[in-house]
Design a binder for this molecule. Structure first.
Ligand code: SF4
Ligand code: SF4
Length: 159
């Protein structure tokens, strides 16, 4: 019997890394997950060196009237974990997807590594034999519900 749509899919690291981002854009803006998806700790320079000296990642606050930009204060205790954000390089498309306006240049390491390129994926594979990709908030993501397993794992999808 085939895999149900809502079942996790087990893939090798090579197979997962061979896949391509489909440009849904859902990981590029916290508003697309109603504030669930955050940047984490935002550096004081907001990646200005990657964006012609202008702030690239803009922290957001949710007000009664909706989302608004806020001044970045890295010393705030709240900055240590979750920064809701938008990205100045994100280019929305009419169909609801989007593109990265600096994809052909250097992007923040988080963007380059998400969701399967980070060292934490390899570390988990070595330590516990699997790594569930952090894509549960993004049903449209190429890597939605995927877990990376070792090459020899019998669960690995070989279809
Ligand atoms: S730099 Fe590109 S990939 Fe990173 S959040 Fe902005 S638009 Fe998305
Ligand atoms: S959620 Fe996945 S498919 Fe969509 S832009 Fe991000 S990495 Fe690409």
């Amino acid at each position: 019997m085939g895999r149900m749509a809502d079942e996790p899919r087990y893939v090798t690291l090579a197979a997962a890394r061979a896949l391509e981002c489909n440009g849904c854009g859902d990981c590029c803006d916290s508003r697309r997950t109603d504030g669930y998806w955050t940047w984490g700790t935002l550096p004081a320079d907001q990646y200005r060196p990657l964006f012609s000296g202008r702030p690239l990642i803009i922290p957001l606050v949710r007000l009664e009237a909706g989302w608004a930009d806020r001044v970045h204060k890295p010393a705030d205790a709240g900055e240590l974990s979750a920064t809701r954000f938008r990205c100045e390089a994100f280019e929305p498309h009419e169909d609801g997807t989007g593109g990265c306006g600096i994809h052909d240049r250097e992007v923040p390491a988080k963007c380059r590594e998400y969701p399967v390129g980070g060292a934490n994926v390899e570390a988990d594979l070595a330590a516990i034999g699997e790594h569930a990709l952090a894509t549960s908030a993004f049903p449209r993501c190429t890597w939605f519900q995927m877990t990376v397993v070792r090459d020899e794992d019998p669960r690995a999808d070989r279809s």
